[in-house]
Ligand binder design. Structure first.
Ligand code: BDP
Length: 748
C-alpha cells in the first residue's frame, strides 16, 4: 500500500481529520445536521447509543484505504468517514496499514497486497460485487471490505454502514454479494423545460439552464443515494423525447452531469426520438434502411461518445402514443431497434427498446395483447445489445395487473422489466403506498415458461435462459422537492427498487424494515407497526381504486381520482377509456379474456393460461381482468360479486383509516416535521379513498341497478357531480389542465 504513503501521511491525516470532521459534517450534502425534513433520505447516520455504541466503536477504530486515491475510492472513504463519525460520534483516524483491532480495510486486490493475500474468493462477486469479512491482519482483528473494482468496494462500504444503521452485529462478518442484474436503471421522465411527466415531487432535478458551468451539490447527493442501493444507470430525459437532447448544446451539459455521476458507478443513458435525423438535420426520412439515416446515427453516436466516453446507450419509445417508429415505414420493431444497436455496439452501448407499443390498428385487438403479438414473432431477431424493456404488466402500471406475458416468451431475446416508482396510478404524491409488495408480486409470478419455477425474477436475472444483459428500470419519483420524492414514504419506493434490482429474490418486507430503521429509528415499537402499515398499503389502493382485477378506472388525463365513467369519444381512444376495460353492463362486469372473449389468456404458458381461463381457479384478485362475471355471481366467500365488489371499496377506506390510527400513535418516535407531513398526507389519502369509493359505487349502481348491500353507505353526492368533478393539474407536465373549471360540490 505504498501508494497511500505517496499521497497522504497518516499522522498529518489524523490531525487534519480531527479538525476536519466537524467541517465535513456541516458542508457535506446528505450528512448535514439539519432539521429532519427528509433530505438525508436513508443515509442519515444518526448517533448510536447504549451497548451498540460500545460494540460498534470496538469494531471501527481506524480506516485503512487499500488502493490508490482514485475518485471512487476517495468517495468510499468519505462515505465511511461521514457514516461512522455520524453514528459513532467521533472521527476515525486514517492509517496506511492495520494498526489496531477494529481496523476497517477497504479496497481491491489490485490496489492492496494485504487484500490480495487474504484470499477472499472475489472471483465469485464479479465486477460489481463485494465481500465483507472479519479477518486477522498482522495479528489484529479487522473488517475487510473488498471488491474487484472500486465501485464494488463502494457498494460494500454502503452495505457495511447499513449493518450499523440497522443494528446488526458486525464482529464476525462473512458477507458475499453480487448484483443479480447487470443494468439497474432509473428512468427520468424529465422534460428539458424542467417539468416532469408524471412527476409529483417538484420540478426536474436536472437544472439544464445551470449546466454545465454549475453543478448542483444535489447531483452528488443523488449519486450517493443511488450507489447506496446499487443503481448504476440513469436515463436523463423523458421517453417522450425531444430532439434537443441530442444536440451539442445539451451534450455538453450531459457530459458535465456524467462526470459527477461516474465515480458512483452510474452511467448516463438518453431517450431518443426515432425521427431525430429529420428534426435535427432535415433528412427526408428516418427510415432505418436508408443509408443516410444510418450514417446520421453513426455520426451522432460518435459525437455522443466524444462528449461522454462512458455513455450507456439509448432508451427508445417507438410506435407508441404518437411517437415515431419503424412501423411508419412498414418495418418491424427489430429493424428499428437494430438500427440503434449497430451504431452503439462498437462502443459497448446498449439499446433498451420498450415493448409498450401499440398495434397499427388499435381497434382490432384487445389492448393488453398487442405487445406480445408484435414482439413474440421477432424472438431471435434482435441484436445482442438490445434489451426489450417490458412493463411489469401487459397494460400500463395499474394498481394490479397479471405479469406481462412477454416475460419468458422470448428465450432468444434479452428482456428487462420496467416498473413505475412514481405513483401515477396509485394516488400520486400524497398517498402512502409501499411498492415493494407490487414489485415482489410480479417478480415472484411463475411464468411456467420452462415449467414450474420459471419466475419473472428468473427471466430477468438471466438464470432461465442464460442472458448476460439483464436489467430492471424504474420510472423515477425524484424531483427538486427538499425531500426528493414528494413525501417521506415515497422514498421507500426508490429504495426498494434499487434493492430488488440488485437482488430480485429479496423480500419486500425485509427491505421495508431496513428502510424504516435507516430512515426513522430502530425502535421496534416503531419499526413493527410501520412495516405493517407499509405492507398493507398497496392492497388498500387496489381495494379502493381497482378491486378484483379491474384496471384503468381513473380520471382521464391526470390519472388522479376515479373515472369509471370515462368512455370512448372524439378525443378519447377506446383503449384509453375506462369502460373499455370494465365492460360493465346491466348483466355484469369484467373483460372476457378467455377463449370465448379476446383470448388473451392464450398468450400465457398453458399451465398459467388454464388457471386464468377457469372462472373457478382464476385468482380472485384478477377475476375481472380475465372474466366477464354476472353481478349475481357467487364468490368463494359466498357473497355475490356485487356485494363483494362494494365491500372492497369499503375495505380500502378502512385500511387507510387503520394506517392513520397507527401513525397517530407514533408521534413520540418521529421528529415533528416528518410526523406532521405524513399524518397530513394520510388524512388526505383517506379523503381520496372515500372519493374513489363513493364515486365508484355511484357509477356501478347506475349500471347494475342493484340495491346497496347492508353496511354500504349511499354516496353523498349524485353521480353527475362525481362525473363533473376533476383535479385539473395533477401531474400533467407542460400541458394545460385536463378538465374544465368545475363549480359544484367538492367530493375530495
Ligand atoms: C403512461 C403514462 C404516460 C407515459 C406512458 C409511457 O401516462 O405519461 O408516457 O405511460 O410509458 O402510463 O410511455
Amino acid at each position: 500500500m505504498t501508494h497511500l504513503d505517496n499521497t497522504l501521511r497518516p499522522r498529518s491525516v489524523r490531525a487534519a481529520l480531527a479538525l476536519g470532521v466537524t467541517a465535513l459534517l456541516i458542508v457535506s450534502g446528505l450528512g448535514t445536521a439539519r432539521a429532519a425534513d427528509g433530505y438525508r433520505l436513508w443515509l442519515r447516520y444518526v448517533p448510536v447509543h447504549g451497548h451498540w455504541l460500545e460494540r460498534y466503536r470496538q469494531a471501527a477504530t481506524e480506516l485503512v484505504p487499500g488502493g490508490p486515491a482514485q475518485p471512487t475510492l476517495r468517495d468510499t472513504q468519505a462515505e465511511l468517514e461521514r457514516g461512522l463519525s455520524g453514528m459513532l460520534g467521533r472521527a476515525l483516524p486514517l492509517a496506511h496499514r492495520v494498526t489496531t483491532n477494529g481496523a476497517i480495510l477497504f479496497g481491491t486486490p489490485r490496489g492492496s497486497a494485504v487484500i490480495r493475500s487474504l484470499r477472499l474468493g472475489l472471483a465469485r462477486v464479479g465486477s460489481q460485487g463485494y465481500v465483507i469479512r472479519t479477518v486477522r491482519v498482522d495479528g489484529r482483528r479487522a473488517t475487510v471490505i473488498a471488491g474487484n473494482s472500486d465501485i464494488g468496494v463502494l457498494y460494500g462500504a454502503f452495505r457495511f454502514l447499513r449493518l450499523m444503521q440497522t443494528r446488526r452485529a458486525v464482529r464476525s462478518l462473512d458477507i458475499v454479494s453480487r448484483p443479480k442484474l447487470r443494468f439497474r436503471i432509473l428512468d427520468f421522465w424529465d422534460n428539458l423545460n424542467g417539468t416532469v411527466e408524471r412527476g409529483y415531487a417538484g420540478s426536474s432535478i436536472w437544472k439544464w439552464n445551470e449546466l454545465p458551468q454549475y453543478l448542483s451539490p444535489r447531483y452528488t447527493a443523488f449519486a450517493r443515494a443511488c450507489a447506496s442501493i446499487g443503481i448504476n444507470g440513469v436515463v436523463l430525459n423523458n421517453v417522450n423525447a425531444t430532439p434537443y437532447i441530442l444536440t451539442p448544446l445539451y451534450l455538453g451539459k450531459i457530459a458535465a452531469l456524467a462526470a459527477v455521476l461516474r465515480p458512483y458507478g452510474i452511467r448516463v443513458y438518453l431517450s431518443v426520438p426515432f425521427n431525430a435525423p429529420m428534426t435535427i438535420s432535415h433528412l427526408k426520412t428516418a427510415n432505418p434502411l436508408d443509408p443516410a439515416v444510418r450514417a446520421w446515427w453513426r455520426a451522432k453516436v460518435a459525437q455522443i461518445y466524444h462528449y461522454v466516453p462512458n455513455f450507456g446507450g439509448f432508451l427508445a419509445k417507438a410506435d407508441s402514443e404518437g411517437e415515431p417508429g419503424p412501423a411508419q415505414y412498414g418495418l418491424t420493431q427489430a429493424q428499428g431497434a437494430n438500427l440503434f444497436a449497430r451504431v452503439l455496439a462498437p462502443y459497448g452501448g446498449i439499446v433498451m427498446w420498450r415493448t409498450f407499443v401499440y398495434s397499427t390498428n388499435p381497434h382490432s385487438e384487445d389492448r393488453v395483447m398487442q405487445a406480445y403479438d408484435i414482439f413474440k414473432p421477432l424472438d431471435g431477431k434482435f441484436d445482442a445489445n438490445v434489451i426489450l424493456q417490458n412493463k411489469n404488466g401487459p397494460l400500463d402500471f395499474q394498481p394490479r395487473e397479471p405479469f406481462n406475458p412477454l416475460f419468458g416468451a422470448m428465450p432468444k431475446t434479452n428482456e428487462m422489466m420496467e416498473v413505475e416508482i412514481t405513483k401515477e396510478y396509485l394516488g400520486q404524491q400524497t398517498s402512502l403506498v409501499y411498492l415493494g409488495t407490487l414489485y415482489e408480486e410480479v417478480l415472484r409470478s411463475d411464468t411456467w415458461a420452462r415449467g414450474r419455477g420459471s419466475s419473472v425474477a428468473r427471466v430477468i436475472d438471466g438464470s432461465l435462459y442464460g442472458e448476460r444483459d439483464t436489467g430492471m428500470a424504474g420510472v423515477a419519483n425524484i424531483g427538486s422537492d427538499r425531500n426528493w420524492c414528494g413525501s417521506i414514504f415515497n422514498q421507500s419506493n426508490w429504495y426498494v427498487f434499487g434493492r430488488l434490482a440488485w437482488n430480485p429474490n429479496a423480500s419486500a418486507r425485509a427491505i421495508a424494515a431496513d428502510w424504516v430503521r435507516m430512515t426513522f429509528t430502530n425502535n421496534p415499537a416503531f419499526v413493527r407497526p410501520v412495516v405493517h402499515m407499509m405492507m398493507i398499503s398497496r392492497e388498500a389502493v387496489v381495494d379502493y381504486m381497482d378491486p378484483l382485477g379491474l384496471a384503468s378506472q381513473m380520471a382521464a388525463g391526470t390519472h388522479f381520482g376515479p373515472g369509471p365513467w370515462v368512455h370512448p369519444g372524439p378525443h378519447m381512444p377506446p383503449d384509453w377509456s375506462s369502460t373499455y376495460y370494465s365492460r360493465a353492463n346491466a348483466e355484469g362486469i369484467g373483460f372476457n379474456r378467455t377463449a370465448t372473449g379476446s383470448d388473451a389468456v392464450s398468450q400465457y404458458a398453458p399451465h398459467v393460461a388454464a388457471k386464468f381461463a377457469s372462472l373457478r381457479r382464476c385468482p380472485q384478485d384478477l377475476l375481472l381482468w380475465f372474466h366477464h362475471v354476472p353481478w349475481t355471481y357467487r364468490m368463494r366467500s359466498g357473497r355475490t360479486l356485487w356485494d363483494s365488489l362494494l365491500r372492497h371499496y369499503q375495505r380500502g377506506v378502512d385500511t387507510v383509516k387503520h394506517m392513520r390510527r397507527i401513525w397517530a400513535g407514533l408521534s413520540r418516535y418521529v421528529d415533528p416535521q416528518r410526523f406532521r407531513m405524513t399524518a397530513a398526507f394520510l388524512a388526505s389519502q383517506q379523503l381520496n379513498a372515500e372519493w374513489w369509493r363513493d364515486a365508484s359505487i355511484a357509477y356501478w349502481e347506475s349500471i347494475s341497478h342493484l340495491p346497496l348491500p347492508p353496511g354500504i353507505a349511499p354516496p353523498p353526492f349524485p353521480l353527475k357531480d362525481y362525473e363533473a368533478f376533476c383535479v385539473p393539474y395533477a401531474g400533467i407536465s407542460g400541458a394545460g389542465p385536463a378538465c374544465p373549471p368545475y363549480n359544484g360540490p367538492v367530493p375530495y
